[in-house]
Design a protein around this ligand. Structure first.
Ligand SMILES: *[C@@H]1O[C@H](CO)[C@@H](O)[C@H](O)[C@H]1NC(C)=O
Ligand SMILES: *[C@@H]1O[C@H](CO)[C@@H](O)[C@H](O)[C@H]1NC(C)=O
Ligand SMILES: *[C@@H]1O[C@H](CO)[C@@H](O)[C@H](O)[C@H]1NC(C)=O
Ligand SMILES: *[C@@H]1O[C@H](CO)[C@@H](O)[C@H](O)[C@H]1NC(C)=O
Length: 681
């Protein structure tokens, strides 16, 4: 199983919290459907976990541990790291207190190394200890650096090898104050919180291999005109408008699965071996025309994750992941959860951002299933996925499709998204140690139905597989050909998440739905062979870990700009722009713009990124941190940075401290307008 990349892992951590951050932490906000397990809902699930059995005695030693003793005996022994002494801790977890919870160390030694390096850089004792979960090494994160070691839990719900720092001298126990944290996210005081937002770290990535670009704290070195933030306006929380009608129809008969298919285990056949399920995916004019419209009996309310988007054929589309709907009886004060799908969609018809007001998002006619406000799910599910989710509902297991990147334009009317496929497991007893496994991705072709709203065609049940890098799941960039932005020529470039940064693949636009036609940059040439996730920095186009990103060509700046959030989860949108190897400004001209370069995107391979700059900092969320951050290309028409202007709409999602049944829903989709002008330095 390929490891789940950081982008989606953070998404999950912060989404209906089915994903772990610290290992044994209890979740305050249980996944929405776990709060209401009695619900008969589509597309959700869950069984008691079998993984995560604590290590008790011999036989549970990991071959990667430094003190190569069985857990029990190793516990309490002292050993030397590179420059400090440590006490081994076995199967003990510490709730929250994470400095940096997103390391994939793959060995106890590497995890130890990260903790020591953190202390080298920030002061002895800042990393007071760490826990390494060998069983998570084939997933996305296995190493958790701890700022303090309070509230020890024994035994942990997962097998853990950890160590605490032994004070070396009297002074070494003095813990220096946190680094200047002007906009530091709030940390919760609750000891049961699963995610303590990491303190804001300096821009230095934790991985030494990736550190080159961000060590410098000096001002811009680029001479001449540089993209500079000249205006930044916070708009607030987006408001949902829901349709008052739905397409009335007889519900489709659910598919039954044979016993073997219903076993709790990852079964990729459920994705690849079944047709798309009726009653999933949005209606279009073509299939709704034989039905009539009926009035909804409730005004459903929504709580949801994600919210990336872009402009498709003139419509501003916002795409969400896990979505719960709540109904409300006439005189009731509180609503009730009545549905859950792994994706939904909305459009902005109000254009409120033009006047600096919070976005108003309309949930169009096509995605409603019935009169009580259940949704069909935006991305169609296979009958295998849907039947599994329905049958195993309430036991802690489900398949999900989570579109979590901005749409990549295909031509003037259509766009594509490579949406991650994920298998989730959560222990229903204590709701701790949820696990999720990447099962590749699926390719969506997006069009806009003028009546029923944005529609996704799932072109392949599975596109890139669970054993491959999930090309495109982090997004990509369209290289238009000489015929401009309407035609299906030019190339599509896709990003691939590697251990220490971002890889690049490409395909000729007309061949976008044939995975055999993709080629990958290996550092020297384009090859049909995929590079390894451990690729050297030569093959990487971005040399640092990334959580979410958008890469655009800005005609006004004549260069590429990347807008991104890092796994440090520091509530900050960053940007870099492409400069020459000698830090000179570039003037990159696309082929449709009079004699430009057909391979203009490949400037990414030959040039270098400016230093990391702050685009804006999100006000500290009530809980957790900002995630699913992105730039919504095209919102401002000709004033938009994607179209030659300098304005951009950025959006993200965060948790509120509020019960999901309350009107502000527990999740907030927020936005900010930025002007990135072109100032002479
Ligand atoms: C493991 O070692 C720690 C530190 O020496 C000690 O506090 C703890 O009780 C030990 N746990 C077990 C299960 O032996
Ligand atoms: C854009 O591409 C889609 C998918 O191939 C196609 O159906 C559509 O007609 C194209 N639009 C235009 C304007 O050519
Ligand atoms: C694109 O938008 C135009 C103008 O709203 C509309 O007439 C056309 O049908 C749309 N095309 C597609 C393929 O959605
Ligand atoms: C470009 O700027 C970086 C600092 O941001 C500096 O380390 C590097 O030496 C510069 N390169 C050249 C060729 O001036």
């Amino acid at each position: 199983m390929s490891r789940l990349y950081l982008a989606i892992s953070l998404m999950l951590v912060a989404s209906t919290p089915l994903a772990p951050v610290t290992v044994a932490a209890k979740l305050i906000h249980a996944p929405l459907h776990l709060i209401h397990p009695e619900l008969a809902v589509r597309d959700l699930a869950a069984t008691p976990s079998t993984a995560g059995i604590p290590c008790t005695g011999t036989g549970c030693v990991s071959s990667t541990t430094t003190p190569s003793l069985p857990c029990g005996e190793a516990n309490g022994t002292e050993f030397a790291g590179t420059n400090s002494m440590w006490t081994m801790l076995c199967d003990i977890d510490f709730l929250a207190q994470d400095i940096y919870p997103f390391h994939l160390a793959k060995s106890f030694e590497n995890c130890l190394k990260y903790c020591e390096e953190y202390n080298d850089e920030h002061g002895e004792g800042r990393c007071a200890g760490f826990v390494f979960a060998p069983d998570r090494s084939n997933l996305d994160n296995d190493c958790y650096l701890k700022s303090t070691l309070d509230n020890a839990i024994y035994p942990a719900t997962l097998h853990l090898l950890g160590a605490s720092l032994l004070p070396t001298t009297a002074t070494s126990t003095v813990i220096s104050p946190l680094p200047p944290a002007t906009q530091a996210p709030t940390t919760t005081t609750s000891t049961t919180e699963s995610i303590v937002t990491p303190p804001r770290l300096p821009t230095q990535p934790a991985d030494p291999v990736a550190s080159d670009e961000s060590t410098s704290e000096q001002g811009p070195v680029v001479q001449g005109k540089v993209p500079t933030v000249t205006k930044s306006t916070y708009l607030g929380t987006s408001v949902d408008e829901v349709a008052s009608e739905y397409v009335s129809h007889a519900p489709a008969k659910p598919q039954q699965l044979s016993g073997a298919m219903l076993e709790v285990a990852i079964n990729v056949d459920l994705i690849t071996g079944y047709p798309l399920a009726p009653d999933t995916g949005t209606w279009t004019g073509d299939d709704a025309s034989t039905h009539h419209l009926a009035t909804m009996s409730v005004t459903p309310r929504l709580a949801r994750d994600g919210g990336r988007g872009g402009n498709i054929n003139g419509t501003n589309v916002f795409i969400f992941c896990d979505t719960s709907t709540y109904g409300k009886d006439k005189d009731a004060v509180l609503g009730y959860l009545n549905g859950f799908v792994s994706s939904s969609v909305a459009v902005d018809e109000s254009m409120n951002a033009l006047v600096n007001r919070p976005l108003s998002l309309t949930n169009s006619l096509g995605q409603w299933q019935d009169d009580v406000g259940r949704m069909r799910g935006w991305v169609p599910m296979t009958t295998g996925e849907a039947a599994f989710n329905t049958a195993i509902s309430g036991q802690g297991y489900r398949y999900a499709v989570w579109p979590n990147s901005s749409p990549i334009p295909l031509n003037s009317t259509h766009a594509i998204i490579y949406a991650p496929l994920v298998y989730l497991e959560v222990d229903m007893q204590d709701q701790s140690s949820p696990r999720y496994t990447s099962l590749g991705n699926t390719l969506l072709l997006i069009s806009i139905d003028p009546v029923y709203g944005p529609h996704a065609d799932r072109l392949h049940n599975q596109f890139f597989t669970q054993n491959e890098i999930n090309w495109g799941s982090l997004g990509g960039i369209r290289a238009w050909g000489s015929n401009g932005q309407d035609a299906l020529d030019g190339d599509i470039y896709v990003f691939g998440q590697a251990d220490n940064g971002i890889l690049l693949g490409k395909v000729a636009a007309p061949n976008y739905d044939d995975c055999d036609q993709y080629v990958y940059w290996d550092g020297e040439s384009w090859s049909s062979e995929m590079p390894p996730t451990t690729s050297s920095s030569n093959a990487l186009i971005i040399d640092q870990p990334i959580m979410n990103m958008d890469l655009i060509y800005s005609p006004a700046h004549k260069t590429f700009i990347m807008i991104y959030l890092t796994p440090e989860a520091d509530n900050t949108f960053y940007y870099r722009y492409l400069v020459g190897k000698d830090n000179s400004t570039l003037a990159i001209i696309p082929p449709y713009d009079g004699g430009g370069d057909e391979h203009y995107v490949e400037n990414l391979l030959t040039n270098t990124w400016s230093e990391q700059q702050v685009l804006f900092t999100v006000r500290a969320p009530a809980r957790g941190y900002a995630y699913a951050g992105g730039m919504h290309a095209g919102y401002f028409g000709i004033d938009d940075i994607a179209n030659g202007g300098t304005k951009m709409l950025c959006t993200w999602t965060e948790h509120t401290e509020v019960d999901p049944e309350k009107p502000d829903s527990g999740y907030a989709h927020k936005s900010q307008v930025i002007e990135l002008s072109w100032l002479v330095d």
